[in-house]
Design a protein around this ligand. Structure first.
Ligand code: COA
Length: 711
């Protein structure tokens, strides 16, 4: 299928006509439910139930086959058993159907991959696209169509859900309704044999009803395409993702659930951050965020103020703000300016603003309004403990009058702690649609998500970083290795690749005699290392063929003679080509880091950075990004590792050359990008020196793809 004959994704969300192949006369069957939901949902287009017995169904004529239908068909829902599915797809091709919504199970999720592939290939050849198989269908408010066998009453609203799990999706329809969250669409992806998240986002990016998108993902197939779409959409609207398979067992279960490849969780998480996607820990958190995004104004600035009547919950809230990245405003002059009239003399004007246990509901209202009216304050968290003078009966009216005040364009979060009377009022406030949270961490988590979205959408668009490397030289090295039938590079070949990319490795030269050894040591600069070069001596140290930390000419002469003597004694007939003189690197003078790049199974080219050396395996303090990436993302990537403080300098040490780390990440990524024969690069350790003094790669391992690419 070419781009030209690919049907517009609009026809999946807004079909003008729909056929249900396998529409059943029996009420208990999925084929009946599908027709019922489409009819009940008020679909305005043409509906064609298809059943071999014909007859009538829910007041509609049932056709015995698609060939009997006279009009065009945009969408065909297939609800016949797996063994009849391909026949139904062939029928659809004859009728030039645009989208196939294949509800039927029994394909790749149970190992029947071949038939699934054949169906998709055939559909594509005939200009049709496949949603599913193994799905519960699609609901779209834009098309006023509920082509699912889930609940018939779907509440319309601003959240669009894309789900790889069918059962979870159906449950989500019920859950969103219970939480008063309206949907603009819900799409089940199932085995994702053809239509995937990126296709759906193409429609949702400009669909006005959709204010926020929530995705439940188990595995990614075409990650590079998805990354492009996500980067585009998250600038315009928030995307919340839940991905299962964080744990090893979870990942295995996900892989067998929809037959997809679950990528490493750390890679997924890092790349989602890079794309501006908000990853939620749980369904509850994701739904809370979605509700918040559809109901609460977005922040316009960073300054958040906490208003409380209890010091304890104020402190807890400050902790929550730090955890979720909400910045507490600290300008004491503004705080006095805004709150001096509202806070009692024994209260606190510092953030959190403490009205103390004596605060009445009226004090709260005065204080919140003061915050809403102050130009320097951008968001408010209002907390309360049920205290003696705290009249809980007045809470719903007070919070409602503030929240529903049209002049209020700032996000506000309420959280109250108390007994059963208060709980009752919290329930009432929620029913009235006020953003009140029984648990303050949930409320702050919503505000944190809103801030992350604010920062991402406001950040200036930056082009991907471009670095210049000598790709011709690298490809020449690769050709040499290919000629040798190797899929890995030898040490000196890797060094050439690093040099061609401008990554500094310790200087080294091979000296054929003592004079050269002295000359090279002097040109490299002391201290140096001397190692015997002989293909007959593999274990150089065992043979006494290595001398470290040589500081001057005399030590070079002594070491050279000692090495020659030792090696002759070790293996009399060894052919000695000379000695390698290499710069002696002081590892302790810097921080050991690791930089990697590889072609990820889900996301394509990715780069990795972390704390290196012996710690990498234990600490797993690494972070990932998809490549190419912007300079800003590369900087962010470096600052994300837990041991970042080591690069900033601890215990009076100077800051390390973070700039050089960023440059090296970009160079390593560029090698992978420009030399398609390379599949893996690992620079470990990269010793990072003080700011301005650069970094040095002590070792580089490079693997080639199994199949040859370079000519
Ligand atoms: N064209 C049109 N209708 C056809 C047909 C064809 N080629 N072949 C059969 N039918 C009709 C049948 O006559 C029947 O109608 P009837 O009940 O009026 O006789 C209807 O299609 C359904 O066929 P049936 O054989 O009864 O299948 P079923 O309803 O038991 O199961 C599926 C069909 C698709 C629901 C089932 O195979 C399936 O895959 N179930 C799992 C679905 C699922 O869970 N998906 C994932 C959700 S997350």
């Amino acid at each position: 299928m070419t781009q030209a004959n690919k049907p517009d994704i609009k026809y999946l969300f807004e079909p003008r006509s729909v056929a249900i192949i396998g529409a059943s006369h029996s009420k208990g069957k999925i084929g009946y439910k599908m027709v019922e939901n489409i009819v009940y949902g008020g679909y305005k287009g043409k509906i064609y139930p298809i059943n071999p017995k014909g007859g009538e169904m829910l007041g509609l004529r049932a056709y015995t086959g698609l060939d009997e239908v006279e009009g065009d068909i945009d969408m065909a829902c297939i609800v016949v058993p797996a063994k009849y599915t391909f026949d139904a797809v062939r029928e659809c091709a004859r009728k030039n159907v645009k989208y196939l919504v294949v509800i039927t199970s029994g394909f790749s999720e149970i190992g029947n991959r071949d038939e699934e592939n054949q169906i998709v290939e055939f559909a594509k050849e005939n200009g049709m696209r496949v949603l599913g198989p193994n799905i519960f269908g699609i609901y779209s408010a834009g098309g006023k169509i509920n082509a699912t066998f889930g609940p018939k009453d779907i509440m319309e609203g601003g959240v669009s859900i894309i789900t790889q799990s069918g059962a979870l999706g159906i449950a989500m329809i019920g859950k969103t309704k219970a939480e008063n969250i309206g949907l603009s669409s819900i799409i089940s992806l199932g085995n994702k044999a053809d239509v995937d998240e990126a296709d759906l986002l193409e429609y949702l990016v400009n669909e006005e009803r959709t204010k926020v998108i929530m995705m439940y993902i188990e595995g990614i197939k075409e990650g590079e395409r998805l990354i492009c779409k996500l980067k585009e959409i998250t600038r315009k609207k928030p995307v919340v993702v839940i991905k299962s398979g964080r744990s090893k067992r979870g990942a295995m279960a996900a892989a067998s659930h929809t037959g997809s490849l679950a990528g490493a969780d750390e890679v997924f998480s890092s790349i989602m951050t890079q794309c501006g996607v908000l990853r939620a820990e749980s369904i509850e958190e994701a739904l809370n965020w979605c509700k918040f995004f559809t109901e609460i104004p977005a922040p316009k600035g960073e300054n958040c103020v906490i208003i409380t009547n209890g010091g304890g919950i104020g402190v807890m809230c400050a902790d929550a703000c730090e955890k979720y990245g909400v910045e507490l405003y600290d300008d004491i002059k503004t705080m006095k300016d805004a709150f001096a009239d509202a806070v009692p003399p024994f209260g606190s004007l510092k953030n959190p603003v403490d009205l103390t246990g004596g605060a009445a509901i009226e004090d709260y209202e005065r204080c919140i309004r003061a915050a809403l009216n102050h130009k320097n304050i951008d968001s408010i968290i209002c907390l309360g403990c049920e205290a003696a003078v705290f009249d809980v009966d007045k809470l719903p009216d007070m919070t409602e009058s503030i929240f529903k005040d049209k002049r209020n364009l700032k996000p506000i979060v309420f959280s109250f702690v108390g007994g059963s009377r208060l709980e009752e009022k919290i329930g009432e406030m929620r029913r009235r649609g006020i953003p009140v949270f029984p648990e303050l961490y949930s409320g702050v988590s919503c505000l944190g998500a809103a801030y992350r979205q604010f920062r991402y959408s406001k950040a200036q668009v930056e082009p991907d970083a471009v670095v210049d490397i000598d790709a011709d030289t690298i490809n020449e090295v690769i050709r040499g290795a290919r000629a040798d039938d190797r899929t890995f590079l030898l040490a000196h070949e890797s060094s050439r690749v690093m040099e061609a990319a401008g990554i500094i490795m310790p200087q080294s030269r091979v000296a054929r005699n003592l004079d050269e050894a002295v000359k090279y040591a002097e040109s490299i600069g002391y201290p140096v290392v001397m190692k015997v070069v002989s293909k007959d001596i593999i274990h150089k140290s065992d043979a006494g063929g290595v001398a470290l930390d040589l500081d001057n000419k005399e030590e070079i002469i002594d070491a050279y003679q000692a090495i020659m003597r030792n090696c002759k004694a070790y293996k009399a007939d060894a052919l000695i080509e000379g000695v390698e003189i290499a710069e002696m690197v002081n590892i302790k003078a810097g921080v050991e880091t690791i930089i990697g790049a590889r072609i990820d199974g889900s996301f394509g080219p990715t780069v990795m950075f972390g704390l290196g050396g012996i710690y990498v395996e234990v600490m797993k303090d690494v972070t990932f990004r998809s490549f190419p990436l912007t300079h800003r993302e590369a900087v962010k990537m470096v600052s994300e590792i837990k041991s970042y403080a080591l690069l900033l300098g601890v215990r009076g040490e100077k800051k390390k050359d973070i700039n050089e780390v960023v440059n090296t990440i970009l160079k390593v990524g560029a090698i992978l990008q420009k030399c398609s024969d390379i599949s893996d690069i690992e620079v470990n350790p990269l010793i990072v020196y003080e700011e301005g003094k650069g970094a040095k790669a002590l070792d580089a391992r490079i693997l080639l793809t199994k199949s040859k690419v370079v000519e």
